[in-house]
Design a binder for this molecule. Sequence first.
Ligand SMILES: Nc1ncnc2c1ncn2[C@@H]1O[C@H](COP(=O)(O)OP(=O)(O)OP(=O)(O)O)[C@@H](O)[C@H]1O
Length: 226
Amino acid sequence: MVSAEHAPRSLDVAGFGCLRNGRVLLRQIDFSLQAGQVLQLKGSNGAGKSTLLRSLAGLMPWRAGALAWCGQRVIASSPAFQRQLSYLGHQCGMSDALSGIENLRFALQMQAVPWSGERAAQVLRALDVLDVAARPFGRLSQGQRRRVAIARVLLSERPLWLLDEPDNALDAQGSALLVQLLSAHAQAGGLAMVVSHRGLLVPGVPAPVLDLSAPSAVPAQQEAPC
Ligand SMILES: Nc1ncnc2c1ncn2[C@@H]1O[C@H](COP(=O)(O)OP(=O)(O)OP(=O)(O)O)[C@@H](O)[C@H]1O
């Protein structure tokens, strides 16, 4: 039997359903994501995009459905699956009192990822926030905070990225940089699911679409324009 560590990376969700406020919010959601793809998660406000991402990240309960990683059935909150993913929500999930660097160090420690100051500096420099990352997080601009939070995703070195509006508050240069990072991640065999109201297209990367507003939320295969 091929172990999940060596099988081609893939994420399969079948029959996902969840409740919100005691009511069924999503039901019978099916989709697959392969290595090298960036899935665009679409839908109107309140359609359940964040809820789906949070459920995949193991932060919210599933009412129904099955999840498979590399062809093997897993539970979203299981340590084995948690080690595969990096989740970025609407909020950056960092302490305002700690510096950006301290936040990153703490977050990686929580994920049991070894800390390398050199690597952190390299990533923060690439995101153009190396200097400001030494300041208390609460004193950074929204765009600077988002960049430090994206640094956390990169530093966690996980194959599956679950990104909820990662381009929020980013300027044009920051958005272009994020596209480059997603492209590099996909080309290295990573997978990503992205919500972006601004439409974050990654040229040359297969980008299936999962539209939660559609009557049957089955993804249509769609190539991003080159
Ligand atoms: N913390 C919460 N407690 C209770 N209900 C919530 C909470 N957050 C969201 N909801 C409800 O769950 C539903 C789905 O919300 P969700 O945030 O997943 O939608 P979304 O598609 O991400 O929306 P948006 O595009 O506005 O970010 C909405 O009806 C919303 O009112």
